[in-house]
Design a binder for this molecule. Structure first.
Ligand code: 4AD
Ligand code: MG
Length: 468
């Protein structure tokens, strides 16, 4: 394939060689004898300027409008203008050639140059990747994932694919989507009436997974260090800026080194974030996404990611004490109290006001957390952590897993044969292990300042909304 615009712009100097570049017109300024078009192929935050000399076909020039798909043949030359070093000279009196691949009628094209609201773009989700901000977010997701793959490889982890269809509700929050079979004769896209009652295709109820943790545990107790970046599904009715019905979670699970516990999970999570976010933080897409946003927020992020000091860590019990004190002078909507879950207002206060940066909150009450977390010696709390960051609040949840068969059995209660496999992991060579899950969209939101995670995923789904 020919080079993309990103690859061309990364070249040290123009070659003057003939080049053919395809893309979409981002803007065009037409003068009497020459036109200036900026084209983008989405590969880069910047477009490439093409200088088009006048040809014989006026009709063709008329059709070169924003959004039109084009292929230009010309020469890459040094740009006389400021800003960009290379431009494409399309001299139609010589070898230059303009091809219109697809027109884009300006009267009806939904992606106009004027500022489009977030809500409007959600309504046109199939076209919104053509805006520079959504395109930058897509490239950033890609770049961050690559950094994470490299990081995990260097730490001796293996990437694993885990099932999406599952028989368990790992988090026990009752937010799972249940699968149903569509009548065989019906075409792929069903209308609601044509879905049969639950048909138990698997001879037992089947769900879309809410987390890949339990399956990763099975793999970690065999090949020691595993991770995945996979879709998770939660039928949460929450209409917040932080909840999606389908989101991607980065989950890691590993056998613990001797004496390591929650603090070791914090170390690993922090190391991962500092290294991988640190690697993308200064790139062009980040610049584009942070443009027009409060500089102090970006600086705070930079400080956190580049700091040689470890991020703050505090127990849930200490966090509650601080929250209770704060509630006294400036009440929260929900009263903080030991034994109650932290609401996002509490999480944000801890990260934004008390710590002014990321903070790990550890050792929550057992009653608030799922069955698989390892009980602490106090018998009231479990060996777990949440990572809270300014504005986005919780982005990571993790824990040491209960490896003691008897304790786990007691917690799981009357487990049917469907859960026996999970106990087997302890029964046969059970080893202390731990893991965490990081919401990928929440991470993107934190590091870009994008307010709502609906803009941190290509095609968001939330209760009441599934376009496409
Ligand atoms: O805290 P959660 O529920 O933890 C787990 O699922 C563990 N089994 C993970 C593990 O240890 N392997 O979810 C983990 C993270 C949250 O901190 C949050 O970032 C994200 O997943 N998350 C969501 N992101 C978007 N939309 C939702 N509805 C989310 N629910 C959780
Ligand atoms: Mg959580």
């Amino acid at each position: 394939l020919p080079p993309t615009i990103r690859q061309i712009l990364a070249r040290p100097s123009p070659t003057e060689e003939p080049a053919t570049i395809s893309g979409w017109i981002k803007s065009i300024r037409k003068q009497k004898n020459v036109s200036f078009a900026v084209i983008t192929d989405g590969s880069s935050a910047e477009g490439l300027q093409a200088v088009l000399t006048k040809g014989k076909d006026d009709e063709l020039l008329r059709k070169l409008t924003n959004g039109a798909a084009v292929r230009f043949t010309g020469r890459l030359v040094k740009s006389p203008g400021a800003g960009q070093s290379i431009e494409l000279l399309v001299d139609q009196s010589r070898e230059g050639k303009i091809q219109l691949l697809g027109e884009c009628p300006p009267e009806t094209y939904p992606i106009q140059k004027k500022d489009l609201t977030t809500e409007y773009l959600r309504d046109h989700v199939h076209l919104r990747a053509r805006t520079s901000r959504i395109a930058a977010m897509l490239r950033l997701r890609d770049g961050l994932k690559r950094e994470m793959d490299n990081w995990f490889e260097a730490q001796g982890f293996y990437f694993c694919n885990t099932p999406i269809i599952t028989g368990n509700d790992a988090e026990g929050a009752g937010e799972t989507f249940r699968l149903e079979k569509i009548q065989a004769s019906h075409p792929a896209i069903a209308s609601p009436q044509e879905v049969t009652p639950p048909s138990e295709f698997f001879s037992r109820p089947a769900f879309l997974t809410v987390s890949h943790q339990l399956h990763l545990e099975a793999l970690a107790t065999a090949i020691s260090r595993v991770y995945t970046l996979s879709p998770c599904f939660r039928a949460e009715r929450s209409l917040t800026s932080r909840h999606l019905a389908e989101f991607w979670m980065l989950e890691a699970e590993w056998v613990l080194p001797d004496g390591d516990g929650v603090q070791g999970i914090c170390d690993l999570t922090e190391g991962l974030l500092k290294d991988t976010v640190g690697a993308v933080i200064g790139n062009q897409d980040m610049d584009l996404l942070w443009k027009d946003r409060e500089g102090s927020m970006r600086q705070a992020l930079l400080d956190a990611v580049q700091s040689h000091q470890p991020w703050a860590r505090m127990t849930y019990t200490d966090a509650i004490m601080e929250l209770e004190k704060a509630h006294f002078s400036a009440p929260f909507e929900y009263e903080p109290k030991w034994g109650r879950s932290l609401k996002s207002e509490h999480e944000r206060w801890l990260a934004e006001k008390l710590i002014c940066g990321p903070v790990f909150v550890t050792d929550y009450p057992a009653a608030l957390k799922p069955f698989y977390m390892r009980a602490n010696d106090d018998e009231r709390t479990v060996a777990c952590l949440d990572l809270l960051v300014p504005y986005t609040a919780e982005i990571v949840g993790g824990s040491v897993r209960e490896e003691r068969l008897d304790v786990l059995q007691q917690k799981m209660g009357d487990h049917g044969e469907n859960d026996a496999w999970y106990l087997d992991l302890r029964k046969y060579g059970g080893a202390p292990h731990a893991g965490f899950g990081m919401g990928f969209e929440r991470l993107i939101s934190w590091i870009t300042g994008i307010e709502n995670i609906r803009e941190c995923i290509p095609m968001p789904r939330w209760t009441g909304r599934m376009l496409l």
